[in-house]
Design a protein around this ligand. Structure first.
Ligand code: BJW
Length: 239
C-alpha cells in the first residue's frame, strides 16, 4: 500500500489515540462514563440543571490534562509525519478535546467536539483561551451585558463543529482512517459510510473492534502507538 495512490486522506481520531498518553477514554473499563453519568455532564440539559457539576467535570479534566507527564505519543507523531510527507490533501478530524495532535505538530486539525483549553461566550460564540479552572463568575468581555462563559465543548444534542469542511473533504476522500474510536457517537460514526459512498478505501485501527467495524475495508486490532506508526510507515514506504 502506497500513499502515492491517494489524493485526499481524512483521518478520524477518538479517545483511544490519547489513551497511551494517560488520558482516560469514555467507554472502556475505568472510562469516564463509569464515574459520571453522560447526561449529567455532557448534555445541554445537564449544564442547565447543574452548571457547577459540569464546570467541575471539565476543570478536573483540564487539571489532569495539564500535568507535565501528559505528552503526545507515537501515534500522534506518526500522523504528523503522514501529514508532512503526503503530497495530497490531508485532514485530521479529532473527537478529542485535548490538544495532543497540535502539540505533536499536526497542522490541519478540526476539533469537532470542541477544545478543553478554550471557553466560549454563549451569546456571541466568541472563543477565548482557558487554561485555568472555570467558574460561573467568569464573564465574557464581548457583550454589552456580559454572559457567563461556558466550556467550548460540543455536548449531546449540539451541532458538532466544522461539519461543512469535514463533509466537503469526505466527499472527495480516497482514503479514510479511523483510530481509537468506539463508533458509538454520531455524526462521527457515520463518516466511514460517507467516505465509502464516494469510493474511499477505509481502515480502522482500534484496540477492540468498534461498533461499526463491519463498515471498514480493513480492521486492525491493537494499540494506537504500535499500529499508527506501522501503517504510516507502510503508506510512506509503499510496503
Ligand atoms: C484504543 C486504545 C489504544 C482504547 N489504542 N485504541 C440515535 C442515532 C444516531 C444519532 C443519535 C441518536 N440519538 C442521539 C443521536 C445523536 C448523538 C449521538 O450520537 N448519540 C449516541 C449516544 C447514539 N450525537 C450528538 O448529539 C452529536 N450532535 C449531533 O448529532 O448533532 C445533530 C446532527 C445531526 C445530523 C448531522 C450532524 C449533526 C453531538 C455529540 C457530542 C459528543 N460529545 C462527547 C462529550 C464532549 C467532549 C468531551 O467531554 O470530551 O464527546 S461524548 C464522548 O464520546 C466525547 C467523545 O468525543 C465521543 C466519542 O468517544 P470516543 O472517542 O469514540 O471514545 P470511546 O471511549 O467511546 O472509545 C475509545 C475507543 O478507543 C474504544 O473503542 C477502545 O477500544 C479504543 N482504545 N485504548 C487504540 N491504546
Amino acid at each position: 500500500m502506497s500513499v502515492n495512490q491517494y489524493k485526499k486522506i481524512v483521518v478520524l481520531t477518538g479517545a483511544g489515540v490519547s489513551a497511551e498518553s494517560g488520558i482516560r477514554t469514555f467507554r472502556d473499563k475505568d472510562g469516564l462514563w463509569e464515574k459520571y453519568k453522560l447526561e449529567d455532564v455532557a448534555s445541554v440539559d445537564g449544564y442547565k440543571k447543574n452548571p457547577d457539576l459540569v464546570l467541575d467535570f471539565y476543570n478536573k479534566r483540564r487539571q489532569d490534562f495539564c500535568r507535565k507527564e501528559i505528552k503526545p505519543n507515537a501515534a500522534h507523531y506518526a500522523l504528523v509525519e503522514l501529514e508532512q510527507q503526503f503530497s495530497g490533501e490531508f485532514l485530521l478530524v479529532t473527537q478529542n478535546i485535548d490538544n495532543l495532535h497540535e502539540q505533536a505538530g499536526s497542522k490541519n486539525v478540526i476539533h469537532m467536539h470542541g477544545e478543553l483549553l478554550k471557553a466560549r461566550c454563549p451569546e456571541s460564540n466568541q472563543v477565548i483561551q482557558c487554561t485555568d479552572d472555570q467558574s460561573r463568575d467568569d464573564l465574557c468581555t464581548c457583550c454589552q451585558y456580559p454572559s457567563a462563559l461556558r466550556p467550548h465543548i460540543v455536548w449531546f444534542g449540539e451541532m458538532p463543529l466544522g461539519l461543512d469542511i469535514i463533509y466537503h473533504h469526505l466527499s472527495q476522500a480516497d482514503l479514510f482512517i479511523a483510530i481509537g474510536t468506539s463508533g458509538t457517537v454520531y455524526p462521527a460514526a457515520g463518516f466511514v459510510e460517507e467516505a465509502k459512498s464516494v469510493g474511499a478505501y477505509s481502515i480502522e485501527l482500534n484496540l477492540d473492534p468498534s461498533e461499526i467495524h463491519s463498515h471498514f475495508d480493513q480492521v486492525v486490532q491493537g494499540k494506537a502507538t504500535e499500529l499508527v506508526p506501522k501503517l504510516v510507515s507502510s503508506l510512506l514506504n509503499g510496503a
